[in-house]
Design a protein around this ligand. Structure first.
Ligand SMILES: Nc1ncnc2c1ncn2[C@@H]1O[C@H](COP(=O)(O)OP(=O)(O)O)[C@@H](O)[C@H]1O
Ligand SMILES: [Mg+2]
Length: 307
């Protein structure tokens, strides 16, 4: 349904996308998972005709979106990372504006807006000015705006970043419902929990490239990872951390924590404990992690996915 072919984009000499290609099937919930700066917004902005690539193309139902974009615009809804609403207007007025921009028929507009306001739990606040809304409420309106013209495909760029848990859960419920109803969803995130929970397929993006792609099961079985343990130390000097990391290649440090990538935990754990006491660091906690997207990403890049 959507074909992304070899997208490249450079900003002021910085290569943000280095040839991104992937395909999305009809009705699929596709997740683009990667850390901040990986190129998620650049990719999804190109896919939704907000930004032009330097080269490469995006086809929706076989048609290039860079030509006549009117058809692509009717077919797709976009939830950008930056919130685009008029603070001095009410939720109802903002949605009316978006609806008319997307040619929602006038006789249907009011009903559709009311349905959206109900769906997103904002009906009672519909006449309040948007500037009085919380970040989470604004985000909900933003998503509602993208859905008003009943697109077949929706692009969402990190729609749950920086909002309250209640809004976040509501958004989760709505997108799950949309997915069940057959909508094609392209969703960027740096939260592996979201990718694990919702996505049919996941593309892992880092440094402007897709480094792995597949279902969660495929990613897990393809990764040769056995186990990861996370050791939290009481205090960890740079030199001490350096000594441990050089002894266990593939391990990485975050503050007082070191994540070790091990193939045989039974055999290797005692060595870690002994080495730690040799260099005089106190272990506060040892946690064994199952293989998940975080550990797969760590294994692929040597970096943590989280901020
Ligand atoms: N308008 C811009 N001007 C210059 N550099 C940019 C611009 N937008 C993004 N970048 C850079 O391109 C890279 C990818 O950014 P982005 O697509 O926003 O990543 P993500 O959404 O995954 O955090 C980053 O290094 C970012 O700093
Ligand atoms: Mg982004």
């Amino acid at each position: 349904m959507i074909e992304i072919k070899n997208l490249r984009k450079t900003y002021d000499g910085h290569e943000a996308l280095k040839g991104i290609s992937f395909n999305i099937r009809e009705g699929e919930f596709y997740g683009l998972l990667g850390p901040n700066g990986a190129g998620k917004t650049t990719t999804i902005s190109i896919m939704s005709s907000i930004l032009e690539p330097d080269s490469g193309e995006v086809l929706i139902n076989g048609k290039n979106i860079t030509g006549d974009i009117t058809e692509a615009k009717q077919l797709t809804g976009v939830v950008p990372q930056e919130i685009a609403l008029y603070g001095d207007f009410s939720a109802f007025e903002n949605l009316s504006f978006w609806g008319s921009l997307y040619n929602v028929p006038n006789r249907e507009l009011k009903q559709r807006i009311e349905n959206m306001l109900n769906l997103f739990g904002l009906y009672d606040r519909r006449h309040d000015k948007v500037k009085a809304y919380s970040g989470g409420m604004k985000r909900r309106i933003n998503i509602a705006a993208a859905l008003l013209h009943q697109p077949k495909i929706v692009f969402m760029d990190e729609p749950t970043v920086g909002i309250d848990p209640q809004s976040r859960n509501l958004i989760y419920e709505v997108i799950e419902q949309l997915h069940q109803e057959g909508m094609t969803i392209v969703y960027t995130t740096h939260y592996m929990e979201e990718a694990e929970r919702f996505c049919d397929r996941i593309g892992i993006i880092d440094n402007g490239q897709i480094i792995e792609e597949g279902t969660l099961q495929e990613l897990k079985s393809r990764s040769n990872l056995k186990e990861v343990i996370e050791v939290t130390y009481d205090k960890l000097e740079d030199t001490q951390a350096g000594e441990i990391i050089s002894r266990w290649p593939g391990s990485s440090r975050k503050e007082n924590k070191i994540s070790f990538l091990l193939t045989d935990i039974q055999k290797e754990l005692p060595g870690i404990v002994i080495k730690s006491s040799e260099i005089g660091v106190t272990i506060n906690n040892i946690e064994i992690q199952r293989t998940n997207l975080e550990t797969i990403f760590l294994n692929l890049t040597g970096k943590q996915l989280r901020d």
